[in-house]
Design a binder for this molecule. Structure first.
Ligand SMILES: CC(C)(COP(=O)(O)OP(=O)(O)OC[C@H]1O[C@@H](n2cnc3c(N)ncnc32)[C@H](O)[C@@H]1OP(=O)(O)O)[C@@H](O)C(=O)NCCC(=O)NCCS
Length: 353
C-alpha cells in the first residue's frame, strides 16, 4: 500500500483525470454503503467543481493505492483566512479493507499536511445514520446538547484512538414536501416592518454587500460550544464565487432574506441548495442577526423559501438540514415544519503537538 498525492485535473475524460474519476466512484460506493441510498452520490463534474474553488478554501487530497486501485483517501481542507488555525480532515477507506491500518496511514498523512500548513487544530467527522443509533450500549457525549454517539462504532473508536475529543454533535433532519396545507397555515403570520426577497442562483446587486456581511456572521453567531472554528471573511466577491461553484455543481442556492424596512439591513436569511433534477434539496445557512431575534423571522424566511421551492422546483420532495445538537431555537423551528431525525454527525477535534 502506498499513499500518494492525487492531482486535481483541469477537465474530465482525459488520462490525467482518470485517478480523480476513479476516486469519485470509490467515494460513491462508500456513501451508498453507509447511507443505504444515493443521497450523497456525486458526479465527477460536481466533485471537480468543489475542488476548482481554491481562493477561499484550499483542498489537498492523498489517496491510498493497493494493487493499482484506490482504496481510501484523506482530504485536508484549509480555510484561507489570514489567521486561520484549523484544518478539516476527511478520511475514508473502502469497507472491505478496513481494520488493516489504511485509515491510520491516511490520518497520519493528513496530520502531517495540516502541520506543514501551519494549522494547530484539526477536525474530523463521523457520520451516524439513524438506523445505526438504535441499541447502542455506551454513548459518547459532547459538552453541550443531549445526544450521544455509539462508543463502539468503528469510526468513533478510530478517531478516539487517534486522540480526538468530541466537540459537537450535529443533528441532521429531513422534511417531506409538500407541506400539508394546515401545517403551512399554522406557520404563516403577518410580518410588520420587514420585506421578504427571494432569488435562485445570484443575489441582486443592490443586496450583495449586505448579504455578504450577514454570511460572515454565520461563522460567529451560531452555537459552537466545544469546537474551535475560524471566523470567515465574506465580501461580495466571495458570495459570487460560492454562487459560481454551486451553479457549476448543478445546485444553485435558493435564498430568502428578510430586509428590515426602516434601516434597509438584512435581518435574516436562509439558503437551500436546489438541483435542477433529482428530488432532494439541502439546507445551507439559516441565520437571524442577533438584534432581530425573537420576531419569528427564522420561521418566516424558511416558510417563504419552501413556498418558493414549490413554485420554482416542484420536483423536490425532500429537504435535508443540519443543526448543532444544542441549537434548541433552530431545532424547535424545524420540528414545527415537520422535520424528522435523519442522522447524527460527530465533529471531533484534536490539537496537534
Ligand atoms: C474510520 C475509518 C477511516 C478507519 O479506517 P481503517 O482503515 O479501518 O482504520 P485502521 O485499520 O487504521 O484502524 C481501524 C482499526 O483496525 C485496527 N488495526 C488492524 N490492523 C491494523 C494495522 N495494521 N495498523 C493499524 N491499525 C490496525 C486498529 O487498531 C483499529 O482498531 P480500533 O477500531 O480499535 O481503533 C473507516 O472505518 C472508514 O472509512 N469509515 C467511514 C468514514 C469515516 O467514518 N471516517 C471518519 C474519520 S475522519
Amino acid at each position: 500500500m502506498r499513499v500518494t498525492r492525487l492531482p486535481i485535473p483541469d477537465t474530465l475524460g482525459t488520462p490525467e483525470s482518470a485517478a480523480f474519476e476513479e476516486l469519485v466512484g470509490v467515494l460513491n460506493g462508500i456513501v451508498v454503503d453507509l447511507w443505504g441510498d444515493d443521497d450523497f452520490v456525486e458526479t465527477a463534474e460536481q466533485a471537480l467543481a468543489a475542488h476548482r474553488e481554491q481562493d477561499y478554501t484550499e483542498r489537498i487530497v492523498f489517496v491510498a493505492i493497493e494493487e493499482d486501485a484506490i482504496v481510501g483517501r484523506v482530504e485536508v481542507v484549509f480555510p484561507l483566512n489570514a489567521d486561520s488555525e484549523t484544518a478539516s480532515l476527511l478520511v475514508d477507506v473502502v469497507p472491505a479493507l478496513r481494520g488493516r491500518g489504511i485509515g491510520t496511514a491516511l490520518l497520519a498523512k493528513g496530520h502531517e499536511l495540516a502541520a506543514e500548513g501551519g494549522r494547530r487544530v484539526v477536525s474530523a467527522y463521523t457520520e451516524h445514520p439513524i438506523r445505526t443509533l438504535e441499541g447502542a450500549e455506551r454513548l459518547v457525549r459532547a459538552s453541550a446538547g443531549s445526544a450521544g454517539l455509539p462508543a463502539e462504532s468503528p469510526a468513533v473508536r478510530f478517531v478516539r484512538r487517534h486522540g480526538y475529543s468530541l466537540g459537537q454533535i450535529e443533528r441532521s433532519s429531513e422534511l417531506h414536501l409538500p407541506l400539508p396545507p394546515e401545517r403551512e397555515a399554522g406557520l404563516t403570520m403577518p410580518l410588520n416592518g420587514f420585506r421578504l426577497v427571494s432569488w435562485w442562483g445570484a443575489a441582486p446587486d443592490e443586496l450583495l454587500e449586505r448579504f455578504a456581511a450577514m454570511k460572515a456572521r454565520m461563522s460567529t453567531d451560531i452555537p459552537q460550544t466545544g469546537i474551535a472554528v475560524d471566523p470567515e471573511d465574506w465580501d461580495g466577491e466571495r458570495v459570487r464565487s460560492q454562487e459560481r461553484t454551486l451553479v457549476a455543481r448543478g445546485e444553485p442556492l435558493l435564498v430568502t432574506v428578510a430586509v428590515h424596512e426602516a434601516s434597509g439591513e438584512i435581518a435574516a436569511y436562509t439558503e437551500l441548495a436546489v438541483p435542477a433534477d433529482g428530488t432532494k434539496a439541502e439546507q445551507y445557512d439559516t441565520l437571524v442577526a442577533r438584534a432581530y431575534r425573537g420576531h419569528r423571522l427564522g420561521t418566516a424566511v424558511k416558510l417563504r423559501n419552501i413556498q418558493e421551492l414549490g413554485r420554482r422546483a416542484p420536483h423536490i420532495r425532500r429537504i435535508l438540514t443540519w443543526n448543532a445538537d444544542e441549537n434548541d431555537p433552530m431545532l424547535a423551528i424545524n420540528r414545527a415544519f415537520g422535520f424528522r431525525p435523519h442522522a447524527l454527525t460527530g465533529h471531533w477535534q484534536k490539537t496537534l503537538e
